[in-house]
Structures are given as C-alpha cells and as structure tokens.
Design a protein around this ligand. Sequence first.
Ligand code: SF4
Length: 454
Amino acid sequence: MKRAYYIQTLGCQMNYSDSERIEAVLNHMGFRKTDEMEKADMVIFNTCSVRQKAEDRVFGQMINIKKLRKQKPHLITAITGCMVRTTSHRHAENRDALLRRSKETDFVFRIEDLPKLPALIQACWGDTVPTDIHEANLKNYFNINPVYSSTAQAFVPIGTGCDNFCTYCIVPYSRKREKSRSMDDIVNECTRLVENGCLEITLLGQNVNSYGLSNLDKKTDEFNDMTTPFVDLLERVDALKEKGLKRLRFTSNHPKDLSDELIDAMARLETLMPYLHLPVQSGSNEVLKRMNRHYTADWYRNLIKKIRSAVPGIAISTDIIVGFCGETEEQFMETYTLFEDIKWDMAYLAQYSTRKGTFASQHMADDISAEIKSKRWHRLNKLLIQSSLQGHRAFQDKDVQVLVEQCKNGVCKGRSEHFKTVVFHADKNMTGTIQTVHVTKAREWQLEGELTKR
Ligand code: SF4
C-alpha cells in the first residue's frame, strides 16, 4: 500500500500555490494524498510567518503529532513556508532554529529547495525511491508542474521574495530578495492551463506590480529592454483569450509600484477583472513612515481616484493593521477617516502583533494594549460592514457572471467579476463553469441570486 501524506496549508494564496507544487513532487514519488492527518505517514505544515498566530498553530499541532507517533513510530513531520530559513534535517550541523524548537519535526525546507524534498524524505525513510527532480534552485522549483486543485481556476506564481522591508513584515527575510520568474515560463504554464480548460488565472507574488524590476532582475538580461514588464506579461496572458481564457487577476500589489501604464492596462485588457487588492496598512503618514511604506495617505487617495476614473465600478480591497507600534488615537482616526473616504469593498483588518525577526520587533515597542487594538479593530470593522454592504447593493437586481467554485446540497457558490461571493440554488453541480446569476439580495458579505434561465 502506498504511503500517505497530509499537507496543512496556512497563510496566503502563495502558500496554497506552493502546496500544489509539493503535492506534485510527492505524487511523483509514489505517495498518495490523504485529507486526514491521522491516516498520514508524513505530515507537512506549509505555514505563513506573517502572523504569529499561524506559527503558534503549527507548534500547537505538534502535540497531536506526538500522540500520533505513539501509534505510528515511522511517521515523519516537516515544516516549509515562510518560517523556514535553512533547509536542514534534525541531525544536520547547520540546523534551522525551528528544529531546535520542535522535537517532533524531522526536517524543514525552504520552498525554493522543493527539489531537495525527495532526498530529505529518503534520509528519514531509507527505502524511499529518489526521483529525477534535479538540484535545488528557483528555476527548478517553478518548473515543477503543480497538481492544480481546480481545472477551471489556477494560481500561477510569477516571482518570489520582496525588497520592500516593511518594518512589521518577515517576508524579505524568509523569502529573501525579490526575484521574478521568466516571462516565457509563466506564459507557457498559463498556456498549458488554458489549453486544459482553465478559465481564470491569478498571477501571484509578494509584489506583482514590480515584476521584472527588482535588483536581482536587473542582473539578468531578460527584462533589460522592458520599461513595464508586468504590463507586458499581462498583455501576453490576456492574449490567451483566443484559446479560452476568460478571467485574469493578480495579487498582491504595493501602491508605490502601481504605474499609470498598469492602470491603463486594467482599463484596456479584456480578461482583466474589475477588482484590485491594494494594501494601505494605515491612513496616518507618521505610521506609514514607521512602517516604511513609501507613500502618504493623500498619495494613496489620489491613486484610488485615478484607478476609479480609469475603471469605473472597480471593486477595491485593502489590508489594514491597527495598533502598530506607537499608533496614537489621532493617528488611528486618520485611518478611520481614510476608510470613510475610500469605502473599500473589502478590508482585511489585523491587530498588530510583533513578528520575531522583523525590524519592528527589534527597534520598536509594541506599546498599544490588546484592549485598544481590539477597540480600534471593531471600530473599523463596523465601517467595513457598511462599506461592504454598500458595495454589494450596487449589484442588486443586476446580472453577474459567476465562476462557480463549489456546489453542495443544491447550493452553489462562486465569485463574480468584481470578486464578490455569490450564492445561488441549482439542481446540478456547476462547479468550474461560469453562470449568469440575477442578484436578488445584497448582504454584508455576499450576494444572493437566481440562476438566469438560458
Ligand atoms: S511589500 Fe511589505 S508587507 Fe508586502 S511582502 Fe514586502 S515587505 Fe512584506
């Protein structure tokens, strides 16, 4: 019987996309996937390190691993994702700190070292047959064909790492410097996907709109002649509409890198959906400076104006951190006012928590009490409920196109062009198809509607 693996993924879409590549390697090695940790012979945690909570959850899970190991002494456990600094196993001289913290972990690997996974497993289970996946480097990591979790939708990474060093963020240390994937590689992966029936592609990266412009990218010849490589990439992927691509999205963006050319492309390219995620983090110039974000609140306001005038009706979401080091009541109120002005369709609100290894953790005091953070979070959340409802009401009594993601017990759920969650009844499974739905009810967090008869 084939050995089984279980992967638990925490964090952003990038981690989910990475897990699809891990699956491909393990399937290639002859393992089978299980959705129950208890049935696994190997457990891999692919975790986020942006939030301390994700890390705590992984260490919490180690209690279950310890229990499981009593029944299954051969069980192996690994950690990958942003928490890992050095690919290593428990007996290595240069061990990652995670291996010292967790006795239950057998090895850890940086996601860029995914091609080393077979060798790491073989070191634990000597009887495992190695595969022909070659040496570890970024190019090979991207070259591993993932096991896509859906045929209609796919997340395609276009680069990794980040050069921005926001003071609260661990990504530039964990994923290292920003490096873009070759444009031909990306377009080839997208083409294969579309030829196999993929309708929606989301291009992924920590900072997609600086694609091809990082210091490491400048050292390669590939992007030399391009002034707006991300727009060039979007144009090439958009051309796949001839082969059947219906929707193109990208995330995440840094406001400072959102060029006029990109705004123009958003208005012009047929498959680009009218939705943009543009993290603001704070509405206070002082706080933005301490966060090292390189823009002001008014600059962000103007950017939103430009985008909304180029793409009328576009849905825009954001990320906001409340209670960042030293955030005064007045500074919080500047975020509150910005929220009232912009009325984001969606906002992912976080209460600041120190992330070990970041600039803020070493040089700034986490001096806002949990109570104040929570109060500020709730105040913004109230605004969010109003603005989200208002955004949804714009679709009341209108038809929207929904790419159906799941159907269960006669209820289907999917996303509209504007990335709104839409729910409707259907007597058959429509997963993976695009349906026209007439919106009958706008709620805070979703639209409800009826399938339009064709
Ligand atoms: S842009 Fe800032 S928040 Fe985003 S990944 Fe880079 S350092 Fe982190």
